[in-house]
Design a protein around this ligand. Structure first.
Ligand SMILES: Nc1ncnc2c1ncn2[C@@H]1O[C@H](COP(=O)(O)OP(=O)(O)OP(=O)(O)O)[C@@H](O)[C@H]1O
Ligand code: SF4
Ligand SMILES: [Mg+2]
Length: 336
């Protein structure tokens, strides 16, 4: 399959370049739409993730970033939500129709997740050792002694000192940074092909955020795994992600290689996000005015139109399709 979104439209007469077709896709989301209680949360979300790539999902609070991560982890499924589209993963043609038994062979083993808040993601009633050894025994068939040895190795590679003694600790006996290192060790225990990291450092002290990001990156690269980072911080995304997907109100508005999307963004919303980051060569902070439209009250046409300085009559009535332009995907009637 070509490393491109299935529904991309290419207007006649426009100079269209495909973006980053050099890596075989591991994960391919095509027209994923998700609704809760009849209200659209994701609308035709499409992007590919290559093998060995790191991809950043960015956008303001409520854009749908965590929802995408939960769908990719198989944790948000009907009947809790309605879900349409196709999610191809490795040899699986469409994980949206995968059975729970099928997901049980993937989740935690081939697809793993690091959550934002390790204190709530770890089970407070079980020791670190039990939470680490359990997936090794259940998913990989390790016996007790082998699982214990491997757990110690995993904690050491996650940067926890005195790893053997930590096995007997309960989560509340560890600091936030140590808990997140345990979470990383658990997520990587089965050498997943895909790691989802949802704001993995935002619950942590700023002094250890860089260490944890570095740890995740080095562990992912050592395994040649692919990673989706959910990030608020565009500057951080520019440092760690090969490609960026910008989400607005449940839709992909711009996606492509990090360098081109952030250095020369074409979508007014990406520009607005950039203007909030001093490090990206902007002189003043000019955050976009207003907020996301409420779920269930999306405006017609372009969802960003009520906040967009470039909005035209066409924008207010017609939804811009996601199309290829200058080596990226973009959904805007007046890019540039
Ligand atoms: N459990 C839930 N029940 C109802 N609506 C929800 C639930 N979780 C998320 N939503 C809604 O779905 C939309 C997308 O939420 P999501 O958590 O995916 O956003 P996000 O981009 O991850 O935001 P943040 O940056 O704040 O984490 C939001 O409008 C949110 O209010
Ligand atoms: S389609 Fe129109 S309103 Fe939407 S981002 Fe582009 S210029 Fe702005
Ligand atoms: Mg979130």
């Amino acid at each position: 399959m070509a490393h491109q979104s299935a529904r991309r439209t290419e207007p006649q007469g426009e100079h269209v370049l495909p973006f980053t077709d050099h890596r075989e896709p591991l994960l391919s989301l095509a027209d994923i739409s998700l609704a809760r209680n009849g209200h659209s949360v994701l609308d035709r979300v499409s992007f590919d993730l290559g093998r060995g790539e790191t991809l950043g999902l960015v956008g303001e609070s409520g854009a749908g970033k965590s929802t995408i991560a939960l769908v990719a982890m198989g944790l948000l499924r009907p009947p809790a939500v309605t879900l349409e589209g196709r999610m191809q993963f490795a040899e699986h043609e469409n994980l949206l129709v995968e059975s729970e038994a099928g997901w049980a062979t993937l989740r935690g083993r081939r697809i793993a997740m690091i959550f934002q808040d390790p204190a709530s993601a770890l089970n407070p009633c079980f020791t670190v050792g039990r939470q680490l050894e359990s997936p090794l025994r259940r998913l990989l068939g390790f016996d007790r002694a082998a699982a214990r040895r491997r757990s110690i190795e995993l904690l050491e590679s996650a940067g926890l000192n005195d790893a053997e003694a930590r096995l007997a600790a309960f989560p509340h006996e560890l600091s936030g940074g140590m808990q997140q290192r345990v979470m990383i060790a658990i997520a990587l225990a089965c050498n997943p092909e895909l790691l989802l990291a949802d704001e993995p450092t935002s619950a942590l002290d700023v002094t250890i955020q860089a260490q944890i990001m570095q740890l995740i990156l080095s562990q992912v690269r050592a395994r040649d795994a692919s990673c989706i980072f959910v990030l608020h911080d565009l500057a951080l995304a520019s440092q760690v992600c090969d490609r960026i997907v910008v989400l607005y109100a449940g839709q992909v508005v711009e996606a492509g290689p990090t360098e081109s999307v952030l250095r020369r963004s074409l979508h007014p919303y990406t520009n607005a996000l950039k203007s909030c980051v001093i490090e990206l060569d902007t002189e003043t902070l000019t955050p976009p005015e207003g907020g996301l439209p409420a779920v269930g009250a999306m405006p017609p046409g372009c969802r960003f139109a009520p906040r967009c300085p470039r909005a035209s009559a066409q924008c207010a009535s017609q939804t811009p399709p996601l199309r290829s332009l200058e080596g990226r995907d973009i959904a805007c009637w007046h890019p540039g």
